[in-house]
Write a protein that binds this ligand. Structure first.
Ligand code: GLN
Length: 269
């Protein structure tokens, strides 16, 4: 287990490193993590933007070992359109949000749902993708609904809406919630049978199923957990970056780049 963990950390570091250096049109090449002060002009700033590790099709490492996805490409297109430099750090969802909160990063783009609760702490961009929560089980599972989860364990990812959804149901249906930091580890726990089900964003689960993750969607929570994704900054912070993101997003929607990006990751795999 220890060996697995350290191998995993090496892989995670490699991903983070691979994710770095995606700056555009840089005049000062090295990133300076302390340069994101209000006083600096846009052209001198390399924004640190945090994201998830494995959240396909929004961010993931492809077969060529490139860190790719809808979020990754949208950010690149917006930065190019608006002429700002950035460094993308692949940290995991909860870690990305924590780094935003502690000021270690300037923004998060990680399939992050624009919830009312989060809007008290963060300013979000305009919505760029619709999503809602679903529950999935192993393909061959005999579970047919929440009623079958009594006394069982269900997997959720720390800090996510899926976790909120699981927490809101656990008392009524008598299941326990087991937490993971990565979606892939959560799915694995369901495949091995430790967890009977997992809660995940529907577009991510649907994509995973087309990639053969061995799971199937059982329930969909569209009433209380339909929330689109947005790019987040700390409240009243990095206003300039947020404005650039919104303007750039509108431009790439207008010029067709946005549709091309989404189609690239979601059309007939
Ligand atoms: N959309 C979910 C949330 O914001 C999950 C995001 C993620 O796991 N990257 O909570």
């Amino acid at each position: 287990m220890k060996k697995f963990l350290s191998m995993f950390m090496v892989a995670a570091m490699a991903i983070s490193l691979a994710a770095c250096g995606s700056s555009s049109s840089s005049s000062t090449d090295e990133s300076d993590t302390s340069s994101s002060e209000e006083t600096a002009s846009t052209s001198d700033v390399t924004y640190i933007i945090a994201t998830d590790t494995v959240f396909a099709p929004f961010e993931f490492t492809d077969e060529n070992n490139d860190f790719v996805g809808i979020d990754v490409d949208i950010l690149a297109a917006v930065a190019e359109d608006q002429g700002f430099d950035y460094q993308l750090q692949s940290l995991g969802f909860d870690a990305a949000v924590a780094s935003l909160e502690s000021g270690q990063s300037d923004a998060v783009i990680a399939g992050m749902s624009i919830t009312e609760e989060r809007q008290e702490k963060y300013d979000f961009s305009d919505a760029y993708y619709d999503s809602y929560v679903c529950m999935a089980v192993a393909e061959d599972s005999t579970i047919t609904g929440y009623e079958d989860l009594e006394g069982l364990t269900v997997a959720a990812k720390t800090g996510t809406q899926g976790a909120d959804c699981a927490e809101s149901l656990k008392d009524e249906y008598g299941f326990t919630v087991q937490y993971f930091d990565e979606s892939s580890l959560m799915y694995q726990d369901v495949i091995t049978g430790n967890s009977a089900a997992c809660f995940e964003d529907q577009p991510v689960m649907a994509y995973g199923i087309t990639q053969g993750n061995g799971l199937k969607i059982l329930t969909e929570e569209q009433d209380d957990y339909s929330t689109p994704y947005g790019f987040a900054v700390l409240k009243d912070n990095n206003t300039e970056l947020l404005e650039m993101f919104n303007t750039g997003l509108a431009n790439i929607i207008e010029n067709g780049t946005y549709d091309e990006i989404v189609a690239k990751y979601t059309d007939a795999e």
